[in-house]
Design a protein around this ligand. Sequence first.
Ligand SMILES: [Zn+2]
Length: 367
Amino acid sequence: MVKVNVKFSVMFRDSVGVTATTVDVAGDTVKDLIDALINQFGPQFGERVLDAKTGGLRRFVNVFFNGKDIRNLQGLDTKLQEGAEVRLIPAVAGGSGFLGFTQDQIVRYSRQIILKEVGGKGQRKLLNSRVLVVGAGGLGSPVSLYLAAAGVNKLGIIDGDKVDLSNLQRQILHSTEDIERPKVESAKETLTKLNPDIEVVTYNERLNPENAATVIKNWDFVVDGSDNFPTKFLVNDACILENVPFSHGGVLRFVGMTTTILPHKGPCYRCLTPEAPPPGMIPTCQEAGVLGAVPGVIGAVQATEALKYLLEAGELLVGRVLFFDAAGMRFEEFELQQNPNCPACGKKPLITGLSKVDYGHVCGVRF
Ligand SMILES: [Zn+2]
């Protein structure tokens, strides 16, 4: 028996669930070495590496012995030499997929698959995830572009507007040639061009109290990129009722704010603002303007939160509101407490159905 050093590539480790980067193993042949690794890392390792039918190496696993592919040597019967270096790496060129990923997917997502917080497992999660983006405007543009690029499998976009020339200063999903087209149609085309790997589901309508529950349920996460208070309250209430986590975001002039809401596991938007200000009190982007890159910053934060939630990575912006002041170029964070009397998520919520809320006015509860 001779002793050799085995090195695992990052992508290989993540996909087979091994944390070690290198191990010393003893044996006479590569087959002995694989058996020793199965002994050490368990039968799951064996399933991932060996073909159950033939007992040979799976086609997407490459074993390099002193820099040479063992397929060009004696395969699993290749004799080991004392001190030799053996490397296990997934196939990244030609042939079959790796853990169900196509070659294109491995390359497309390689810069995030190599992150230890993502890995093959995380990428698989994203490729099985469903996120709804409310609004294909200033916030919805960066949000949906980043989520599509990251490989979020199913992306829903709801917006009833058409592309207007005045949108193009910030709504980077759309181009000049899209003017007068429904925003969801233009969005779908842009996102599918960026990543043909994903499915884009469109709703060419405004979110309203009648359709909100049906549209919002069945998504893993919702990102609110709407531009008006009634929709923001509606997204909050529907997500709390349907128990769907979501990211809230808002922008105006040079400022923006965002927070992440996990229903009943932290404060909601109504804990911060129980009712909307009366119409006319706070201007909209249409009335007061917005610097185009500001929704870019807030939208990128919202997309990051969605990805973190799906990957179960990092610390979410729950119970915290992040304010962005582009003029002073400052981020400020404020703690947000759950309000036990919150009409949406309090101990005795008043909002037990969307029809009970007057979204036309200050989004208060009808009695
Ligand atoms: Zn609340």
